[in-house]
Design a protein around this ligand. Sequence first.
Ligand code: GLN
Length: 517
Amino acid sequence: MTELNNSLIHQSAAALSAKLIAREVSAVEVTQAHLDRIADVDGQVNAFLHVNAEEALAVASDVDAIRAAGGEAAAGLHDLAGVPIAVKDLIVTVGQPTTAGSKILEGWHSPYDATVIRKLRAAKMPILGKTNLDEFAMGSSTEHSAYGPTRNPWDLDRIPGGSGGGSAAAVAAFEAPLALGTDTGGSIRQPGAVTGTVGMKPTYGAVSRYGAIAMASSLDQIGPVSRTVLDSALLQEVVGGHDPYDSTSLSDPFDNLVTAARTGNVAGMKIGIIKELHGEGYQAGVENRFNESLELLREAGAEIVEVSCPNFQYALGAYYLIMPSEVSSNLAKFDGVRYGLRVLPKDGPMTIERVMGATRAAGFGDEVKRRIILGTYALSAGYYDAYYGSAQKVRTLIQRDFDAAFAQADVLISPTSPTTAFKLGEKLDDPLAMYLNDVATIPANMAGIPGLSLPGGLADEDGLPVGIQLLAPARQDARVYRVGSVLESLLEEKWGGPLLAQAPVLGSSSTIAGGSK
Ligand code: GLN
């Protein structure tokens, strides 16, 4: 790897944008550096299911031509024009396959672009490719992908989190400065936590879901993955905003995110520790890093208070009724007729039901089947009130807990995940143990509020990244960016640079592991 490439892949998106605008580097050089990095390390990491080199370079060279010509067209370019990005393979893209990590969509191409993809294209951000995920975004480790697991760049024998492990690992391994993920119960934030990257789940409706293959529509949210808090804010401003194609899309402008990330200050703010989301059941090293962050925020002038959200103890249970119920309905469309795979029954009559059955039996993995069965059961006539109905009541109670907590604090804080990255295979045969990774992230989806995870340091016992989660009331995304950027700079001051500078060096010839801002 050349020195230039090596320096380019370690830059933040904000730094790349400044260099591109100043024409110190070309968009083709930046894009090629990342494609070279993917070629160098993705055999180890398996973050990408598809690499889109030709189209990414074409977009980059278009940006370079416009900048070289100058004038109005160059002035009209978006600041992130020429900054490459990776996209979770749950988001549909014209010209590239979309698999959702499933055999049932192997080789399928969408006839239309998701709204977020349209926005990336309008901003002329080269799309490097599609990243690996748990099948249909169901999982916490990316081991449920039909295309093999992604590995954690910090330790290749460990999981990168899930379901968006591919996006997080791509950003952590310097294969992309930015990525898009989706978060239904934590799939942006938990992979962020265990890979030492930043992940943001925006307010429900802040970013259009049009073209994100639905897992559980009332919980799903697209959001940014990055190495800095500012970069996530920059990306959310590109992809966010009202979309007439998504009836749940908000009309709020959400245009103050970058300003909030740049002008962070926590003096006088009240930050609430959620009593139920730390302590017992959380790894000691996670707890230590969490306490350290609290101390830094206190020193910076924030008032730390404790809040209680007693109904959070039922959040996981309610989520595993509401989510599968919506899954069972959303995944009914994969019927062997309209999309992707079609498997014909081996013998017997060729009825549509039997083709559907054979296709779904062969095309879906075990975790997806488990959730479809669970959801179908929970929604069935005799059990609807006992299961789905009760879970919806719990959802309301969780929202009320948040309302009460935000009456006492501007922002809430917790560890993002109870543990650091576990070993591949460790929880694969124990669905409950897998589900427990999301205890701290699920409440935000149940209430539709924004949540950011940022690196909080390395756990003492295993030297692996710990994530800190910040939560704000719905529509107050700017607030988590503001507090997040303050905490990030306090922590980086302490570490003497970004946390990822301490990650092991991957690839054949990378000389520095860490990044500069
Ligand atoms: N890990 C959680 C689950 O398995 C969350 C998934 C997600 O956010 N897409 O459902």
